[in-house]
Design a protein around this ligand. Structure first.
Ligand SMILES: Nc1ncnc2c1ncn2[C@@H]1O[C@H](COP(=O)(O)OP(=O)(O)O)[C@@H](O)[C@H]1O
Ligand SMILES: Cc1cn([C@H]2C[C@H](O)[C@@H](COP(=O)(O)OP(=O)(O)O)O2)c(=O)[nH]c1=O
Length: 218
């Protein structure tokens, strides 16, 4: 099968800040390239000029939880229509640093915002005409980098200047982690939990093993 006739593949990377997503996304991209796949590396909020501008607002401006959720989903809609759907239609592999599980974890778990409202927004934003019949777009696989907030905080200390979310107290991230656990419990077949407390090489191996276990990467 030629690369272009393969179906697209959508993998999201999730976890609290400092869990190691950015460290490992490029290694997985290279593994797919080595397997002959075209890879689109992208992130949320962001991934398009408009969504990157919305990211700047979301990460730096104070706003109420509904406004924050709407900004995240507005960025997501633009990103989905302009980048993710076209890439999947071409048969590319899309590796996305965060997607909707982050909204359920941060705005739902962290901020305590209404999960039912988030589920309604999810349905509006991710029902895409490219699917026939139009259906909800979700990642084919979500890699959840699970790490205790205290370890994530240690790793982040001194690594970079904290943004609005990264400067939240540890209790916030306990709630975010609870949000991720709830999402995984609701759709276990889509998720692979990665023990992000392991050292780097072991995490990299666990990521590749999880992708292989789902039937990707040969
Ligand atoms: N397995 C690991 N063990 C120790 N430190 C790690 C590990 N993975 C990543 N790091 C370091 O932890 C910090 C946060 O990692 P990063 O990939 O930026 O997390 P995220 O993208 O999930 O916020 C970085 O300084 C990174 O070098
Ligand atoms: C996608 C998304 C991210 N976020 C937050 C989580 C992160 O703290 C922040 C940006 O994510 P991230 O790109 O992981 O930050 P960094 O580049 O600093 O590693 O946005 C939400 O609160 N809701 C969302 O829906």
């Amino acid at each position: 099968m030629s690369p272009s006739s393969r179906p697209g593949l959508f993998i999201s990377f999730e976890g609290i800040d400092g869990a190691g997503k950015s460290t490992h996304i490029e290694a997985l991209a290279q593994a797919f390239r080595d397997a002959g796949r075209v890879v689109v590396l992208t992130r949320e909020p962001g991934g398009t000029p408009l969504a990157e501008r919305l990211r700047g607002l979301a990460l730096n401006e104070a706003m109420d939880p509904l406004t924050e959720a709407l900004v995240m989903f507005a960025a997501r809609r633009d990103h989905l229509l302009l980048v993710i759907e076209p890439a999947l239609a071409r048969g590319d592999v899309v590796l996305c640093d965060r997607f909707t599980d982050a909204t359920f974890a941060y705005q739902g778990g962290g901020r305590g915002f209404d999960i039912d409202v988030l589920a309604t927004l999810e349905r509006w934003v991710q029902t895409v005409p490219a699917k026939a019949p139009p259906a909800l777009r979700q990642p084919d696989l979500t890699l959840w980098f699970d790490l205790a907030p205290a370890i994530a905080a240690e790793r982040l200390a001194g690594a970079r200047l904290p943004d609005k979310f990264e400067s939240q107290p540890q209790a916030f991230f306990e709630n975010v982690a609870g949000g991720y656990a709830a999402r995984m419990a609701a759709d276990p077949g889509r998720f692979a939990r990665i023990d992000a407390a392991l050292e780097r090489d072991a995490v990299r191996a666990a990521v590749v093993a999880a992708v292989r276990a789902k039937g990707h990467l040969g």
